[in-house]
Ligand binder design. Structure first.
Ligand code: DGY
Length: 429
């Protein structure tokens, strides 16, 4: 199929998953508005309907909590095809029923990009309305996911990282006591092959963490102090650091000097804090269990996001180039979500190996900005090939290229339209 035909398919997936201003990731498996899915989706809409792209982000922020948090799922209507739904979360923090934690904060970066490409004439005003909301969300992250001011962001749940069953969480998750969950019925494995999803032992603990936070009323300070899972995540940390740089550019463009000064302080602190995640044996950034101060022992696709975060010093860049080439010699398609040389790697199980289009987009952006156009282009070409052969799947096997997880997936379509499609690459050239 030609890229122009795939462009049409991708647009049809986005409009088919559109619920009237916000977009679900895919029908059946994920029937609500997910935070970072929605934000990447805006990049896709921006290629053919900029007004709709802004709307996506605005509707996400309609669910912002009083304390500043922007939840990972907004349950705008009840849908029995998903578990755990609103009654399990038991939250009361904002105007729309929601989950109780957040997800990677890519929104400021995408708002920045929407404004840069805006031809509607209304972009500046819309960005101005979003700026204080973004500021509040970022302040929330710093207060409650880095309460000790270490300059790294922790997640209180694997779901908050967006990378649910990543091997980095295994040890911290095993330490979570399974309690207060009762009998439950998963729905994900009725939509998708169980071999591509997390195990039941993981789910028992996912729900136990939700129960522990529900028991403290989702009070963010209590959650930070007592949550049985609290792990500094290179993925969220680097996405947040990048988002702060983009938020700073936005504040400067809008002439918001006070905010700009505040953000500069955050960036300086995080640039320093990132060293805490650096694993000298592996020569890469990894996760750190904040309850035990123990670093993890594997390289994930998020390790490469250091460049996207602007950490492009020679040591980091050359270490990541070395890892990139080593991994490229092991698998056919980049970038597997976990190091294929690690014993926990599984090519088809969700975040334990599969390739994700939006992660490739961010990694490539980092390489390109660090001056390494060749590796950036390799990532784009691999992503395009995966979509050509595996369709608009949720994720892909780095070995066979097969599409896996949910189908007709929104963010894969959005990343195709905004970056991977050759029609886009030609326009950008
Ligand atoms: C799920 O239900 O698998 C989601 O990833 C949680 O956000």
């Amino acid at each position: 199929m030609s890229h122009a035909e795939l462009d049409n398919q991708a647009r049809a997936i986005l409009t088919g998953n559109d619920q009237g201003g916000y977009t679900i990731p895919t029908k059946g498996l994920y029937p609500y508005q997910w935070n970072w899915d929605s934000v990447f989706v805006a990049l896709g809409f921006a290629t053919f309907d900029q007004d709709r792209a802004w709307r996506e982000i605005e509707m996400l922020f309609e669910g912002q909590w009083r304390d500043g948090m922007v939840p990972h799922i907004l349950f705008r209507k009840d849908d029995p095809s998903y578990f755990p739904g609103p009654s399990v979360w038991g939250t009361d923090g904002g105007p729309i029923p929601s989950s109780g934690h957040s997800q990677p904060p890519v929104a400021a970066s995408v708002v920045h990009d929407l404004l840069a490409g805006d031809t509607t004439g209304g972009g500046e005003e819309r960005a101005e309305r979003l700026l204080p909301k973004l500021m509040n969300w970022h302040r929330w992250y710093l207060s409650y996911r880095d309460p000790d001011g270490l300059g790294v962001i922790a997640v209180i749940h694997p779901w908050e990282s967006g990378r649910d069953n990543l091997p980095d969480w295994d040890e911290a998750l095993r330490a979570v006591e399974v309690r207060d969950i009762g009998p439950y019925e998963r729905k994900d494995t009725s939509h998708v092959d169980p071999a591509m999803r997390p195990h039941k032992e993981d789910y028992d603990r996912y729900l136990s963490i939700v129960a522990a936070c529900r028991n403290v009323g989702w009070d963010p300070a209590k959650v930070a102090a007592s949550c049985p899972f609290f792990v500094a995540d290179p993925g969220v940390t680097f996405i947040f650091l990048r988002a702060n740089r983009d938020l700073l550019a936005l504040a400067e463009r809008l002439g918001r000097n006070e905010e700009a000064d505040e953000i500069r302080g955050w960036i300086a602190k995080m640039e320093e804090g990132a060293a805490r995640l650096w694993n000298e044996d592996l020569m890469a950034h990894v996760a750190v269990n904040e309850r035990t101060c123990k670093q993890t022992d594997g390289i994930s696709s998020a390790s490469f996001l250091a460049l996207y975060a602007g950490l492009t010093d020679t040591r980091t860049l050359s270490a990541l180039q070395g890892h990139f080439d080593r991994i490229a010699a092991k698998v056919r398609y980049l970038m597997p979500s976990y190091d294929p040389g690690h014993p926990s790697y599984e090519p088809l199980r969700y975040w334990r190996g599969p390739v994700w289009a939006m992660i490739n987009y961010m990694i490539a952006k980092g390489f390109a900005e660090a001056g390494d156009k060749a590796r950036a282009e390799r990532l784009r070409a691999d992503t395009a090939k995966l979509i050509e052969t595996g369709g608009f799947a949720e994720y892909f096997s780095p070995e066979s290229g097969a599409g896996a997880g949910g189908g007709a997936f929104s963010w894969t379509s959005a990343i195709w339209l905004s970056w991977a499609s050759s029609t886009r690459a030609e326009q950008a050239a």
